[in-house]
Design a protein around this ligand. Structure first.
Ligand code: URA
Length: 208
């Protein structure tokens, strides 16, 4: 799938937006796996087609399934706080989507089959948006790009060598951080802040 990325060429943000709408329309009719039977709607994306950062979460939850937008629930609100505190503007800088576009029953982890069924949309989004930075937010997102046995705690905050021309970093999922309250050094929330500061510093060197 990765080799397809260079084949999609959108010259400007209007072309990107148009291509994304076409892909979203196809996605909204998708019946490639059984999740189509239990979703209210597909949750495709939020944010600008020409954003420099693409944040990829795991899967929509019930709030996102109802709203049709990713990261609108409590986890999304915490994510917004972290982004804002690190100087990253969600509306201007970030295109947000998920690894899979349909909610899973009882919020369970998506199966490999479900991830595979959705790959065409995720890789389509990457190919169209062509972000400068990808943030893999959570285990499902991370393990869609690296081996299944790599844990987020081992690699979060490091630049990963996945694409030639896109910087990739794994970050903790805000749902996990909702259960971690300490702000002390070397705790999960502290690491999230440091990781996003690193992303912001990189963003500033890439976008003039
Ligand atoms: N968790 C995710 O990974 N994505 C969402 O959109 C919401 C919660």
């Amino acid at each position: 799938m990765k080799h397809l990325l260079s084949r999609v060429v959108c010259q400007n943000s209007d072309e990107k937006q148009k291509a994304l709408v076409e892909l979203q329309n196809v996605c909204s009719q998708c019946r490639a796996c059984d999740l189509c039977k239990t979703r209210a709607c597909t949750v495709f994306s939020d944010g600008r087609a020409d954003a420099p950062i693409m944040l990829i979460g795991d899967a929509p939850g019930p709030d996102e399934d109802a709203a049709g937008k990713p990261f609108v629930g409590r986890a999304g609100q915490l994510l917004n706080t972290f982004l804002t505190e690190s100087g990253i503007d969600r509306e201007k800088d970030v295109y947000i989507c998920n690894t899979i576009k349909c909610k899973t029953p009882q919020n369970r982890i998506p199966t490999n089959e479900e991830k595979r069924a959705c790959q065409v949309y995720l890789f389509g989004q990457i190919a169209i948006v062509k972000p400068k930075i990808i943030l893999l937010c959570g285990t499902t997102a991370l393990q869609s790009f690296v081996d299944d046995d790599i844990k987020i705690t081992e690699v979060r905050g490091k630049w990963l060598n996945i694409f030639d021309d896109i910087e990739v970093m794994a970050i903790s999922h805000p749902s996990y951080l909702l259960r971690q309250h300490s702000q002390e050094p070397n705790t999960p929330r502290w690491f999230m802040k440091k990781d996003l500061e690193k992303v912001k510093a990189e963003l500033d060197t890439l976008v003039t």
